[in-house]
Design a protein around this ligand. Structure first.
Ligand SMILES: *Cc1c(COP(=O)(O)O)cnc(C)c1O
Length: 471
């Protein structure tokens, strides 16, 4: 099984052999995903202790390093690349994006500056333009690829902070927040913790916000919020991490823009509804906002890590991120470093380009729509089996209760141990629930039926409804 390569490292064939072997091991891993439990077995977890060795005093054979990684590492990986992982909101990775990722890793490009990576800069610009077209966002918007939606929120809110203070004559990048005119920040009561964290990192304070009550799906209640005079930022959300529901961003823009406020959208996965004509009505008016944060590694199914920040006013994102002066004229070429919080970074837009090129507009729409159909089937099957679905299943999220909080938690633990699929728990508006998020290209109808059958069987066993005593 292990092919020890004893040739010197500098030999080109040893490099080729190593890469081929990595490809063999990776394909073997992916090919066996369907047969293995989705979770990690206690035995596989226990073997991770073998990595706890002292720092090696000298070199090891690279082929042996790879073999160790595969033999101990692969069984200890959660099978989230397969079709039956429904925990958190986790996409898989489209095969073309894994392949592009390997090629790009071999290129080892630094995407900070276009002279460092002409290919990285070119593909990222194209991928950004395509994303704007796909979501129907203003073509003049600026975008940047970041590690995830959290950093996209940080980046967008940094642009918002720059812009709303600039409008009242305060240069926050130069002079900081001490002594600055106060900025009012509004969030919905169901704001994602990543936005809250972003507000803290930016000096706005995690708690120094106006919280707007939400409805039973987690949407901000409609109607204007009375804002004090002065700069203001309204943080909206499309795609509640539990229910999948979205704020009415258009309605919020009506009163917020009237009041001169900046409207930001956290759309980690929900923004992708805008890319599927059959689901776009779920994110009304989303294109009217001032900034958007989303993920590539969730619904677009590119490898980790990949988030995208988009800001309508290019000067605002550049004002917050560039490390020349913000008043410099617009550059003909959008230098990546002027728009992102990082300097050196990997060219993660390459996998986004590969996904969009391979799927096309219709492929993205079908991917999004298919996941929503799968979620609807889960809701239908669980309801038919007598369990209570707690949310309106319109996007890709399903919340189900199996009775008391204790019973629901027991079912979640048993589903995870049974291994056909993996679902996590949550508390939705005071109710303990199992959360099913369908976000992967790899999920088939068969995966849904197998998972549904397993969940129902496990739940009945745990609750003792199958004639046994229950667990
Ligand atoms: C996943 C998610 C985030 C955080 O995204 P990361 O990519 O993990 O940083 C923020 N907001 C919402 C609504 C999410 O679903």
């Amino acid at each position: 099984m292990t092919h020890l390569d004893t040739r010197p490292l500098s030999s080109p064939s040893s490099q080729a052999q190593l890469l081929h072997e990595a490809a063999d091991r990776a394909t073997r891993y992916l090919d066996t995903l369907d047969e293995r439990p989705v979770g990690v077995s206690p035995e596989a977890r226990a073997r991770l202790a073998e990595f706890e060795e002292p720092m090696p005093s000298g070199p090891s054979d690279p082929a042996e390093v790879l073999a160790l990684l595969d033999e101990i590492g692969s069984p200890a990986a959660i099978a989230s690349a397969g079709g039956r992982y429904f925990g958190f909101v986790i996409g898989g990775a489209l095969p073309v994006t894994v392949a592009a990722n390997w090629l790009a890793a071999a290129w080892d490009q630094n995407a900070a500056v276009s002279t460092l990576s002409p290919i990285g800069a070119a593909l990222e610009l194209t991928a950004q333009r395509w994303l704007l077209e796909l979501f129907g966002l203003p073509a003049e918007s600026a975008a940047a690829f970041v590690t995830g939606d959290t950093m996209a929120n940080v980046s967008a809110l940094a642009a918002a902070r720059y812009a709303v203070l600039d409008r009242v004559g305060w240069n926050v990048e130069r002079d900081g927040l001490f002594g600055a005119p106060p900025v009012t920040v509004v969030v919905g009561d169901e704001v994602h913790v990543s936005v809250t964290k972003a507000l803290g990192l930016l000096g706005f304070g995690r708690e120094r916000v106006i919280r707007v009550p939400v409805d039973d799906q987690g949407r901000m209640q409609p109607g204007p919020i009375s804002l004090p005079d002065g700069p203001a930022i309204i943080c909206t959300q499309v795609g509640n991490v539990n229910s999948g529901a979205s704020d009415d961003v258009g309605e919020i823009c009506n009163w917020a823009h009237e009041a001169g406020a900046w409207v930001h959208v956290d759309g980690a996965f929900g923004l992708w509804a805008a890319a599927a004509p059959a689901r776009a009505h779920l994110v009304p008016g989303v294109t009217r906002a001032d900034s958007w944060a989303t993920d590539g590694h969730k619904w677009l199914n590119v490898p980790y890590d990949c988030g995208v920040v988009i800001v309508r006013d290019e000067a605002a994102l550049r004002g917050a991120m560039s490390f020349d002066a913000a008043y410099l004229p617009t550059l003909a070429q959008r230098e990546p470093r002027l728009y992102s919080p990082d300097m050196s970074r990997r060219a993660r837009g390459i996998e986004v380009w590969a996904a969009l090129k391979a799927l096309g507009r219709s492929g993205v729409a079908e991917l999004v729509d298919r996941c929503c159909r799968h979620a609807a089937r889960f809701a239908e099957g669980l309801t038919d089996a007598g369990f209570e679905v707690l949310n309106q299943v319109e996007l890709n999220q399903v919340l189900v209760s199996f009775g008391t909080p204790e019973q629901t938690n027991q079912v979640i633990t048993a589903v995870q141990a049974e291994g056909t699929c993996w679902c996590g728990g949550t508390v939705w508006q005071g109710r303990t629930a199992m959360r099913i998020s369908v976000s992967s290209w790899a999920t088939t109808e068969d995966d849904v039926e197998r998972s549904l059958a397993a969940i129902v069987e496990v739940a009945r066993r745990v609750k003792g409804d199958d004639g046994t005593a229950g667990l």
